[in-house]
Design a protein around this ligand. Sequence first.
Ligand SMILES: [Zn+2]
Ligand SMILES: [Zn+2]
Length: 144
Amino acid sequence: METLQRLTRRQLEALRIVAAKDVGGRGVALKAIAASLRVRPPSALARLGPLEELGLIARHRGKSRATPRGLACLAEYVRHHRVAESIFARAGLSVEATHEAALEVDLALSHRTVDEICEAEGHPTVCPHGDPIAPCSTARGGAR
Ligand SMILES: [Zn+2]
Ligand SMILES: [Zn+2]
């Protein structure tokens, strides 16, 4: 199973917050993570444990940082989400509906499936909301 497929939505949310709040690379305190997640610190900590085990965050003196692997995982997640939005848009869903629909599948899809969908869709460069979609490995290989 790929890393993204092993994450719960709540763990992903915690990873996003750690990455977003870690300005300057000093790490984010548990209290700040808990406040952003709107949960109590023990609940926040329960989400950070699995992220640390997967090597997506590193914790030092009570502060959490996203690792390069964690950042790569987030970038991959965004790609999964936006490619999924693109297929739902093509299937006829409204732009607003594509976001919710993509949330139902974006963590479950494998990178390979996402790349295959991306290729079948002609490598869309933006999602239905106009946000950029990072090139897939198929596009990167084909660009040479
Ligand atoms: Zn592509
Ligand atoms: Zn979008």
